[in-house]
Design a protein around this ligand. Structure first.
Ligand code: XMP
Length: 327
């Protein structure tokens, strides 16, 4: 892994060059490996001139906020500010079903929530005579390419961490992972000593569970999806298959109902879609052939434990033509 050592050293050097001896940086943590590795790199480069902010937008998976606060802080010792912005995001998303609208709203609110934290960083910078402040992002090479930042590609979906940034952003971006693929980011994370649970965590989209609810997003639907998602992840882990699977979205078809029967009663509940995929870099993907017994366990548990879900289906579409996420 001497090349990884080189990549890490080179990136740290570049970050120091960009930020300088007195600049201040702020980094939003999403809970995923990308922002964690980006933050850890910048932390190595500039130490306590980095402030990490974790915006809990209420669209996270079960237990995720706690994991960021506990595991990441323990591993890196960074100064972390947690912002509880659930109400703000859910209010802004109320009644919105269109996928690109959801992404735009989330991207916009996400940046706005940062304004308070940004102001602090700018104040500190000004107080110490610095001219510039920096915003760290865990943008990967595939994000750059899919958002049209690369050569000769079209905009497929507006990834909120690249295309959705408002025009009036006063911060200079620091994107230390911009040339890397996911597997390389994981190696960098290992090199930096981040815990395996963070390094090997499955990718999770910035807009979170909002783009895994087909239909409008509300607290009740989120809670429902969170339960189903937690069961699927738990059973995948129990089967020892975490590292064989690239990502395992669970999608709630919130506007669809179908008839079922449970106990001695008719049900009229929502379907969920299991979307386990294998992939190298998310540019292409194949549907994962999960063992039937694992699928059976997930199906039985979800329909038993999540009352409003009475049907579990599996998505057997590759990318292309399907994308990994349903929105
Ligand atoms: P798709 O659905 O386009 O997803 O096949 C490719 C990869 O990107 C993730 N994804 C996102 N990540 N902001 C993100 O940070 C987004 O808006 C977004 N949309 C999709 C997706 O989970 C998969 O890993």
């Amino acid at each position: 892994t001497w090349t990884m050592v080189n990549i890490v050293e080179e990136q740290i050097e570049r970050i120091r060059d960009q930020i300088g001896d007195s600049g201040r940086a702020i980094c939003g943590l999403s809970g995923g490996v990308d922002s964690a590795v980006a933050a850890a790199l910048v932390q190595r480069a500039i130490g306590d001139r980095l402030t990490c902010v974790f915006v809990d937008h209420g669209l996270l998976r079960k237990g995720e906020a706690e994991q960021v606060e506990r595991d990441f802080v323990a591993a890196t010792g960074v100064d972390l500010h947690v912002v509880d912005a659930e109400k703000r995001f859910l209010d802004a998303l109320a009644g919105v079903s269109d996928p690109e609208q959801k992404r735009k709203i989330i991207g916009r609110e996400f940046i706005r929530v940062f304004e308070a934290a940004e102001a602090e960083v700018l104040e500190k910078s000004a107080a110490e005579g610095d001219k510039v402040a920096f915003l760290v992002q865990g943008t990967l090479y595939p994000d750059v390419v899919e958002s049209g930042g690369g050569a000769g590609t079209s905009n497929i979906k507006s990834h909120h961490n690249v295309g959705g940034l408002p025009e009036d952003l006063e911060f200079e971006l620091v994107e230390p992972l911009r040339t890397l693929f996911k597997d390389e980011v994981r190696l960098v994370g290992e090199q930096l000593g981040l815990p395996a649970e963070i390094v090997w965590r499955h990718p999770f989209p910035g807009p979170g569970l909002a783009i895994r609810i087909i239909g409008a997003v509300d607290r009740e639907r989120l809670d429902l999806l969170r339960e189903a998602d937690a069961i699927a992840r738990e059973e995948l882990t129990r089967a020892g298959l975490d590292r064989d699977i690239w990502q395992f979205p669970v999608v709630l078809l919130a506007d669809v109902r179908s008839v079922g029967v449970q106990g001695d009663g008719r049900t009229y509940g929502h379907p969920v879609v299991l979307r386990p995929v294998t992939s190298e870099d998310a540019m292409t993907a194949d549907w994962a052939r999960l063992p039937y017994d694992v699928l059976e366990k997930i199906s039985t548990r979800i329909t038993n434990e999540v009352r409003e879900v009475n049907r579990v289906t599996v998505d057997i579409t590759s990318k292309p033509p399907g994308t990994i996420e349903w929105e």
